[in-house]
Structure formats: C-alpha cells, structure tokens
Design a protein around this ligand. Structure first.
Ligand SMILES: C[S@@+](CC[C@H](N)C(=O)[O-])C[C@H]1O[C@@H](n2cnc3c(N)ncnc32)[C@H](O)[C@@H]1O
Length: 169
C-alpha cells in the first residue's frame, strides 16, 4: 500500500510494529507522522525509526570550504538534518516510551563501490548541479577530488545513522 506518513491507509490499533527508514527527514510535520504511527499500533506495539543526523558527517577534503558548500547544498534536499535529536521528545509527547536510541556509524577509509559515500557522491553532485546550488565545475571538481583521494589511499568518510525505538504504552 502507498500512503502519506501523516495519513496511513491502516486501521486503528491494527499493527504490531511500524518501521520507517530515512523517511522522517523528508517530513514537514514529524509529530503528525509519529501520532499516525501511534494510532495504527496496538498497545504494546513498537515504532522503529532510522534516520541520519547530518551533524555527524566527517568527510575529508583538501578543500574544506568546497566540501562545506557541497554539504550545505545537500541540506536543501531534505527538511530535517537532525531528526534523531528531535525524535525522542516527540515520541514521548505522543505516548510512546522510548526504549532505545542506537547509533550506527558508517565509517570508510576506502571508497567502496557499493558504499554509502559512493552513492552520496553521485547523488550530491547531481542534486547540486540540477538545482544550480553550485557551478557544474565545482560539483565535478568536488566529486573528482574524492575519487582522487581514494586512489591515493587518503579517503575518509564517517556518518551516523540512529535507530530509535518507542513502545506504545
Ligand atoms: C531516502 S528514501 C528511503 C526509502 C527506503 N525507506 C529505504 O530505506 O531505502 C525516502 C523515502 O521517503 C518517502 N517519503 C518522503 N516523504 C514522504 C511522506 N510524506 N510520506 C510517506 N513517504 C514519504 C519517499 O517516497 C522515499 O521513498
């Protein structure tokens, strides 16, 4: 079924578990989505939300000012860069007991073809270019630098995804 996070096509108290992975960072109203999950869960049901806190990004560049421009451009593709920090009080306000907040850090010192950093290089470059947030030359130079650093064994990337679980009391 497809539906809005703030208006799920699901009956009241019909779910044992609800899981959201990197969706809440795109929502204007996180509290409405949490309240909607609460409505759909049975008493004792579990809501599990995974989202990245983008302040946790550590990404090496010989040109930190350009890296800053690229990450600020990427910030414009979502609503919230800090969802994990906002979520625990929202869960409590809606009627969940926060059971755990678990950080999962993805830390690479090699540019893995199937890794998160490689995907982000492609997506960030495309987003910055197509929305004219930096020049095409700058976006290309930024992406090229990461591949060049990796070829020299100087690549470093770290980002933390948080898994937050709340139980409906
Ligand atoms: C980064 S993707 C994550 C997809 C998937 N959960 C995963 O981990 O691969 C973000 C997803 O959020 C969904 N999304 C964005 N705004 C939404 C909304 N208001 N209600 C429901 N889903 C939404 C998009 O359709 C997209 O599939």
């Amino acid at each position: 079924m497809e539906g809005e996070a703030g208006q799920l096509p699901v009956e009241d108290t019909s779910l044992d578990k609800a899981v959201s992975v990197q969706v809440y960072e795109y929502l204007n109203d996180i509290a409405a989505a949490v309240a909607e999950a609460h409505r759909c869960l049975r008493t004792g049901g579990l809501l599990v939300v995974g989202d990245i806190h983008f302040d946790s990004l550590v990404w090496y560049s010989d040109d930190p000012a350009r890296m800053d421009r690229m990450t600020k451009a990427w910030d414009k593709h979502f609503v919230g860069r800090d969802v994990p920090a906002l979520l625990p009080p929202v869960l409590r306000d809606v009627g969940f007991t926060v059971e755990s907040v678990t950080p999962i850090t993805i830390c690479d010192n090699e540019l893995r073809p199937d890794g998160l950093a490689n995907m982000m290089i492609t997506l960030m470059k495309r987003f910055a270019e197509s929305n004219k947030l930096v020049s095409d030359q700058e976006a290309k130079a930024w992406a090229d630098e990461q591949r060049s650093l990796a070829a020299k064994g100087r690549f470093f990337f770290s980002l933390t995804h948080f898994v937050i679980s709340g139980r409906k009391s």
